[in-house]
Ligand binder design. Structure first.
Ligand SMILES: NC(=O)c1ccc[n+]([C@@H]2O[C@H](COP(=O)([O-])OP(=O)(O)OC[C@H]3O[C@@H](n4cnc5c(N)ncnc54)[C@H](O)[C@@H]3O)[C@@H](O)[C@H]2O)c1
Length: 252
């Protein structure tokens, strides 16, 4: 495969771990010049080192996507490093708590919505003007299979991810005439530290596996390859979609 992202300025959030790290490495392997952002500074520097060790280009940045100043700084850093922002993967997120709705706490609601939903809004708020200045671009937001269907026990997370899908569709329509394509990726269970926390309970692991008709959980690179497709010119006619990459979970 050719280098679909040669010389493109790319921003990946939540790039210190899991899906974000794997996807940033795939972008860099296809020639992208990547700013990797994460609230965990040590982890995101490790991602940048992995990319550079493989011959790619990366700059690491500590950023909390629930803070507007940090989202502005991520974009400014990308422009300072690479001169333009062509692609953004808004992927930072935190996991669900596992309680029925009435047993949830307001503090959990506030944090999950702040990071998973407001974080995507604030990221796009600063990415879109930079992309307009570059003459266009592509954005992929990480939602979830829980952005497409309900799932017991993770009501707030599900609400946050349905919100990401709604925001993605609307933003896609807002900027469709200005050369920016915006889509979402909706992973099923994927082998990352977020999922490992859940799999500490064998009953939860059995339940999650039983929900995926393919009979296994996904690898972060399997999500990343779908993100690269949506962000690439191969997806030039795909706008405002929420692409399930979930081993058949939402086909049931
Ligand atoms: N793993 C799964 O099964 C799964 C399934 C569906 C969707 N997702 C989504 O995929 C995305 C990535 O998750 P993952 O599985 O790779 O998890 P992960 O925990 O391995 O990685 C998430 C990264 O986001 C960072 N992060 C968290 N809050 C942040 C903030 N406020 N600002 C900046 N960075 C922050 C974390 O430090 C971490 O490095 C999330 O949005 C998650 O909801 C994951």
């Amino acid at each position: 495969m050719g280098k679909r992202f040669a010389d493109r300025g790319i921003l990946v959030t939540g790039a210190g771990s899991g899906i974000g790290r794997a996807t940033a490495r795939l972008f860099a392997a296809e020639g992208g010049r990547v700013v990797v952002a994460d609230q965990n500074e040590a982890d995101v520097h490790k991602t940048a080192a992995l990319i550079r060790d493989a011959g790619g280009e990366a700059v690491a940045l500590r950023a909390d996507v629930s803070r507007e100043a940090d989202c502005r700084a991520m974009v400014e850093r990308t422009l300072a490093a690479y001169g333009r922002l062509n692609v953004a993967f808004n992927n930072a997120g935190i996991g669900a708590s596992g309680f029925a709705v009435a047993d949830e706490e307001e503090v959990t609601w506030n944090r999950l919505i702040d990071v998973n939903l407001k974080g995507v809004f604030l990221s796009m708020k600063y990415e879109i003007p930079a992309m307009l200045a570059a003459g266009g671009g592509a954005i992929v937001n990480t939602a979830s299979a829980a952005g497409l269907v309900g799932e017991r026990g993770i009501g707030i997370y599900t609400a946050s991810k349905h919100g990401v899908v709604g925001l993605t569709k609307t933003a896609a329509l807002d900027y469709i005439g200005q050369g920016i394509r915006i889509n979402a990726v909706c992973p099923g269970a994927t082998r990352t530290p977020m999922l490992a926390a859940w799999f500490q309970d064998p009953k939860v692991e059995t339940f999650i596996l039983s929900r995926h008709p393919i009979g296994r959980i996904g690898e972060p690179e399997e999500i990343g390859r779908a993100v690269l497709f949506l962000a690439s010119d191969d997806a030039s006619y795909i706008v405002g979609q929420a692409l399930a990459v979930d081993g058949g979970l939402t086909a049931q």
